[in-house]
Design a protein around this ligand. Sequence first.
Ligand code: C2E
Ligand code: CA
Ligand code: CA
Ligand code: CA
Length: 284
Amino acid sequence: AKQQVRNTISFFSEELKSAQSEKMELVKDLRNAIANKELYLVYQPILSVRGEVIKFEALIRWQHPKKGLIAPDRFIGLAEEFGQIREIGLWVIQEAKRALRSIQKVHGDNVQVSVNVSPAQLSKYQSENDYLLEELITECHGKSEEASPNKLIVEITEHLLMNSDESTRKALLSFRDEGIQVALDDFGTGYSSLAYIMNYEIDYLKIDKSFVQKLGAESASETLCETIISMAHTLGVKVIAEGVETREQADLLLAYGCDYLQGFYFSKPLTLYNALSYKAVKIS
Ligand code: C2E
Ligand code: CA
Ligand code: CA
Ligand code: CA
């Protein structure tokens, strides 16, 4: 029995070791991913209740030369942990801004692009935080001679706010001052109250897809979505529902007065090329 335990332990440590080396391999490869043009953005349409394409969310993808397509959940955390998120984050904003110009030419000047921003890009623990923030804002805002007005939205998660310090609050307020809108992502998964959110002058709440997906099946989620929407409106905040996969979910959200809908029911994230020719479906 002792031998068996020993074997089991060494089996697990072998597994751990290979998971660890797999991870370090990804970290190493990620260092060259930008230069090798292996990263790209896909764009998921966000529709108004009238069925107009009103925004696109930019989502990162990594086309690894050997491992194939890698989803952000597998490498963004590593990039944060190993100090690469700043470079990747700036690339995302530059790329999204380029895309925004082509998108506006086709879908109209009022269409916006939203980008996901990691806590590490705003945190005071980043040693060169002030510099980073300035760089971010400059990237977001663009040069004044650029034709298209700034239409970027920065998406941050509710969890960021819950662990936030004064510098995060300042960072978010300075985005606001620069005319960059702020969306609170994954709302409902943390424990922050809507009143708390008022301190940050958020423009949009995004209801987490875990709640949207239970609409029609679980009455607690229905109450939650309805309550979030009406309270957000009381505070002057618009609501985006993410992860809408069925007609029934869309109908309930419309009945609750939700402002914008996003999800596979309307469209999966698209390459820029396909985003440019995306035609909205009529929803109400
Ligand atoms: P998120 O910001 O909550 O993005 C929404 C995720 O839900 C995306 O996954 C999207 O493809 C997926 N989704 C959209 N509609 C539906 C639907 O109807 N059903 C289902 N089941 N899923 C849907 P994705 O692209 O794999 O991104 C995962 C997460 O990775 C994002 O979650 C975000 O937290 C992070 N991420 C993505 N791109 C970036 C980036 O450029 N920078 C940073 N820092 N994080 C990013
Ligand atoms: Ca997001
Ligand atoms: Ca989300
Ligand atoms: Ca998420």
